[in-house]
Ligand binder design. Structure first.
Ligand SMILES: *Cc1c(COP(=O)(O)O)cnc(C)c1O
Length: 375
């Protein structure tokens, strides 16, 4: 048995389900909603999250690497699974064994898949990634026609769809996103001889802010986990039903002590008390995903009140100022992410202090701590 850690991530299944259903409602009626469950579902747990999405009606899942896809398959996800980051030649048989759909971006991969298909006397469906403006993975639009022509001559390869990815769809007014979508649409149209082709380019920003760019499938990541791709701005802009944050992060106080003014706290004494100060020591540090960049910046909730992180965050410990909070004791609940009584600390607020985005906060917290699932 694994002993329970002080530090616990709580995942709300009902919030995952709510977000899936809301995004489905916001997409066009016939648009498939693929759940991006890479990075262990942005820290929420790939297998458990995928099962919740599946129950909510999801039939398409996206991961980065083949290893994740195989894990999903073995856990009983029998729907479409897409691998977005390519593969090593040695892993090609796994795509056939587990019927996984690779997203390809070079002809060498297609040839490798084709020869395996011939060997196994099977057919494999592939989707083609086109770089319409992200400047990341993908073939360039001017190579697309020729690429597809060659692809369609390869035995055992079924050209099933095309994909692109938006770099700026989290900016609701980005002209770039419209331009990129036009570039993508042109490719789709030229392939109208393949009517069952699945086209997908919208991420969360695309779904929320460019709904007319939905095509036949959209790929939601951060929004499934309850966050807007543009952070607090998105929360403010959203009218009607909102996404619900899914993750909370809780720990408990280890020790409480009162020290006089002029006392240095933690490594380097980067914080020195300016009055008699009551300090609570918490069993959470950068090893648990609480970034060291939050030293002397972050806050936590204790007894429903905010307590500032003082001094440097250590590997497994940090200190907070509880002078103004009555009666704090060892064992009291501490919330690092989520709500306690009337107060709330959001992933966006933490991200802002780190100079980052909610995506990173969720991965750091979720993937470095024990998770429990609640309804
Ligand atoms: C991660 C990812 C997404 C999801 O992006 P969000 O902004 O989290 O919605 C979509 N498509 C691809 C290719 C991705 O890598």
């Amino acid at each position: 048995m694994v002993a329970k850690s002080f530090n616990q991530i709580e995942i709300s299944k009902s919030a995952l389900q709510h977000n899936y259903k809301l995004l489905k409602k916001l997409s066009r009626a016939n648009t498939r909603l693929l759940a991006m469950v890479k990075a262990d579902a942005y820290g929420h747990g790939m297998l458990d999250s995928a099962r919740v999405f599946q129950e909510a009606g999801c039939r398409d899942f996206g991961v980065a690497e083949i290893g994740e896809a195989v894990q999903l398959r073995k856990s009983g996800i029998d729907d479409n699974i897409f691998v977005f980051l390519g593969f090593a030649p040695g892993d090609v048989p796994l795509f056939f064994t587990h019927e996984i759909i690779p997203i390809i971006y070079d002809i060498e991969s297609a040839r490798t898949l084709s020869s395996e298909a011939v060997t196994q006397n099977k057919e494999i469906t592939v989707h083609v990634k086109v770089d319409c403006g992200m400047t990341r993975l993908g073939i360039m639009p001017d190579e697309f026609e020729e690429f597809v022509a060659v692809l369609q001559t390869l035995p055992g390869i079924k050209y099933g769809g095309l994909a692109s990815h938006y770099p700026r769809a989290d900016e609701p007014n980005s002209l770039h996103t419209r331009e990129q979508f036009l570039r993508f649409e042109c490719l789709g149209v030229s392939e109208s001889k393949v009517p069952e082709l699945v086209a997908h380019t919208a991420n969360s920003g695309g779904i929320l802010y460019f709904p007319d760019s939905s095509c036949s499938m959209v790929r939601a990541g951060i929004s499934l986990y309850g966050y807007y791709p543009d952070g607090d701005d998105g929360v403010k802009r959203a009218n009607g039903e909102k996404l619900q944050p899914v993750m909370s992060f809780k720990t408990s106080v280890l020790q409480v002590k009162t020290v006089p003014a002029d006392t240095g706290v933690s490594y380097g004494h980067t914080y020195v008390t300016d009055r008699e100060t009551t300090v609570a020591v918490l069993p959470v540090g950068y090893e648990d995903g609480l970034s060291r960049s939050l030293s002397n910046k972050g806050e936590v909730l204790i007894h429903g009140k905010r307590a500032a992180i003082i001094g440097r965050i250590c590997m497994n410990l940090c200190m907070v100022d509880v002078t103004e909070i009555e009666g704090v004791q060892a064992g009291d609940e501490v919330v690092l992410l989520g709500s306690q009584q009337d107060e709330i600390i959001s992933g966006d607020a933490i991200a802002k202090l780190m100079g980052s985005i909610s995506y990173e906060v969720l991965c750091l917290f979720g993937n470095n701590n024990q998770r429990t699932y609640v309804e």
